[in-house]
Design a protein around this ligand. Sequence first.
Ligand code: UDX
Length: 459
Amino acid sequence: MESEPPMPHVLMISFPGQGHVNPLLRLAKRIAAKGVLITFSTTSDTGHQIISSSDVVSADDGVPVGNGHLRFEFLNLNWDKDGQKHVLEESMLNLDTVGPAAFADLIRKQSLARRPVTYVVNNPFIPWAVDVATDMGIPCAVLWVQSCAVFSTYYHYHHGLSEFPTETNPDISVCLPGIPIMTPEEIPSFLLPTTFHKSLTKAILEQFRNIDKASRVFVNSFTELEPEAINSISKYAQLIPVGPLVEPEDNSGSNLRGDLFKPTDCLEWLDTQAPQSVIYISLGSIVTITKEEMVEMANGLTTNGRSFLWVVRSSCQELLPQGFLEKVKGKGLVVGWSPQDNVLNHSSIGCFLTHCGWNSVLETLTAGVPVIAYPQFGDQLPDAKFLVDIYKVGVRLKSPVQCTALHAAIEAVMDGTDANGIKENATKWKIAAKTAVAKGGSSDRNIEAFVDEVMKRAA
Ligand code: UDX
């Protein structure tokens, strides 16, 4: 009897947040494109949101699957367990309690369906995935979804390897190998003694509890972007850059996006705008700003007079000043959610006012778009430092935003004395980012090496 050909099968499992799903799903696409079967999983409610905001229906049970396919199968549990919109800490606790058994079931189901799992890849915000996989004898890699510098910062803090601000010594700067000195305002805010988010700090540091169990630690970055940080942390953890994980340019095979919100089509409006003329504003999927900030921002944009595309999630749109939308009609467009990758790559975009979430950072670098950095919390603070001081692709905007400061920042980045230098740097990073993930680039080779290992294991 002829034996069935081996089917290398990677099971990916993501924490159900936009900033986690996007990079893991993009890594899934890159690995699948090299001939590996991928099953992508997250909680059931989040998973169905991903599918409903895409144009492609997932290949699911009953449909023959094989090498190179990307299919979806969700954990038998919901993130928002009873539709009550729990606080993050409660939902995380619930996920930590019921997730491991649901995940073990999912792994067993794959064997029953004759596609045993060769490798698991998870993001470390659900550290139990590594425990479940290794207990079941399956190797597991993790994908760190923030920068290598941020990984190093948390790692040093968690293991007590460096001095950090304390209640008695709140003003000390942090000196870490391979990373520029960071003031207390530039380290991830969850590590400050004054943080209000103690349980989130605990969850973040929990990621390091068992990271040594992972057979590989992938990072959504690229060697050319953070050479010193990657090199200097390697004595503790070997980080393998596989980024920037942005939507592949040739996405014709699948329009599937990792978005948890339905994007509004604003590209037609961008088509009507002059090249490099539009300010794009988006603060990601979590950050909310106060009514005062919203008003200052709206006034800054009106005073400035340039065209803008502003993402204001629908839950925050009531904070816009009365009459604002009518006032800016024709000049500005406010949407609830945008297809950000396409927007940043649109020729009309002149700059990006960003909260500096790591996905947005990589997306803007890959698109070569200059930034106005407006970080709010967590890793966004060091990310802003890198964007402005190290990569030199933009200017900083102090929080809380003031109308006049916003106007000045826009002018500085679009037309100021440094604007040309900023644009040149942005173009330089765009080329470096695209080269890293192109065939034979530094990140592509790292993905290729992983695929080779998966293939060998499956053979
Ligand atoms: C969170 C944290 O806030 C961030 O600090 C961390 O680095 C990652 O996890 P988030 O705030 O959502 O992420 O920001 P970001 O990392 O930028 O991810 C947002 C994603 O949503 C990006 O991929 C972006 O392209 C996408 N997006 C955002 C859209 O597609 N449309 C939008 O309108 C806004």
